[in-house]
Write a protein that binds this ligand. Sequence first.
Ligand code: HEM
Length: 425
Amino acid sequence: MTTQATNERDYFTDPSVLLDPYGYFEEMRPRGPVCQLETHDCLLITGFDECVEVLRNPADFSSLNSLASSAFPLPFKPEGSDISAQIEAHRDKYVGGDLVVTFDDAHHTNVRALMSRMFTPSRLKSNEAFMRDYAAELVRAAVAEGGCELVNQIATPYVTMVVADLLGVPAEDRKKFEEKIAAGQTVGSIENPDAPTDMSALEFMGAYFYGYLEERMASPGTDLLSELATLPYPDGTKPDILELVGLAVFMFAAGQDTSAKLLGNSMRYIVDVPGLQQQLRDDRTLIPWFLEEILRLEGSSKATHRIARRDTKIGDRPVPAGTQVIVALAAANRDPRRWGEDANEFKLKRPGIKQHIAFGRGSHTCAGAPLARAEVTAILNQFFDQTSAIRISEEKHGKPGARHYQFEPSFIIRGLEHLYLELQS
Ligand code: HEM
């Protein structure tokens, strides 16, 4: 426990907050669903309704800081009641300012339409076959060894390869992508506070995608990259090649730690909640319910961020143009006003569970949500198919009631650094 008053703990850097955001959010909740932080010039939103209100109001809230976060002051002095033009003029000052998740208005609508081509039912279907086969292979190897470290040994290579397959990365290059991502750092880490998002793996992949797209532009085939390389935006304009590179690369960035950590968070409950593993083994139709409750309770994205671009309001609270806000998804998903007094507890088949905002809400809602759900479901099914029992390694994580887990010290990602399992065939 920190000895400082709660209002002096720093959401972005205090290790006690990074490792246990939920305790921090519960301490902040009595200050209201929208409150001013004292450590940073920004608002923290912990209320469910208020988070949804902001996410559904892209006209008043820009996404430009959704990756860079609200930790830093604006790189300009806001002038007037509508600063939309000032925000756009400073886009190049923002980490990820060239990635879809930070786009506003028509630019975002156009790129979002391109993304919908990536997730067509037929493409997802063939990707699901890959997911099943690759999950089976990884789990088989782990069972043969009698156990595994789930997060790095299985989840990370698995989610990397699934996106590589979806995008059509040639088989001979996939290993290089996997190695680069495995060597990367979790985003939002205090180990590197001046660079909240490590972009080196993205730059590495960008160079590859540039090459693939150039090739497909010269001689298009029928694969996804050819489609991206040749089709126009819905408004008839042609995307720039760098735009497409950014889009392809962002799929890896957005779907890496998030999906891998969701698998780790899910498995922790499976091995720790008495009776749950057997319940899921006996009735696989419960897996979707289980997954949604894990997303609500331990979703792998803690928060996103917005900048008020006009004088506006959240609820009744006036919010001047230029105000930065932390949209605390993890807090909203445990808001007792929305979820009841047992909001902090795991509950299978919770009424209204699909309303959680682990994947955001509104125009920027996670484009990869169906993929993330399919990935985790496929691999959990393989674990259940190929084992008769999955147990936590007590040697690594301690006995029941005295477990110790190491979470990533990140203000973006909620997830375990490691999860050691014993697997019985
Ligand atoms: C458990 C896994 C995942 C979680 C918790 C998650 C969470 C989120 C959240 C909260 C947002 C909204 C950000 C905002 O509003 O500012 C988002 C956006 C996005 N996610 Fe995910 N994500 C996951 C997996 C994936 C995967 C697997 C992909 C793709 C392969 C993906 C691609 C995207 C994209 C492209 C966006 C931006 C959408 C836009 O700006 O229109 N995500 N994700």
